[in-house]
Design a protein around this ligand. Structure first.
Ligand code: FES
Length: 67
């Protein structure tokens, strides 16, 4: 039975959008599941809710980017 491929959308300056349920494996091996219709995965590392985007990419400056 054919299945539809998972759609992943890249954004210009924000998260990666994963359409459909997703299980994300973290660097330490833990796994986080999301059953949301679309999950925004942080790529900027500024989020306070890793691995999910909390829109911090719009405003916050990374600690290492501060003068
Ligand atoms: S991509 Fe949105 S907080 Fe990182």
């Amino acid at each position: 039975m054919p299945t539809e491929p998972t759609r992943v959308s890249l954004t210009d300056d924000g998260p990666v959008l994963v359409h459909g349920p997703v299980e994300i494996e973290l660097p330490d091996g833990r796994r986080v599941r999301s059953d949301r219709p679309v999950t925004a995965v942080c790529t900027c590392r500024r989020t306070r809710r890793p691995p999910f985007c909390d829109t911090s990419h719009r405003t916050r400056v990374r600690e290492e980017e501060r003068p």
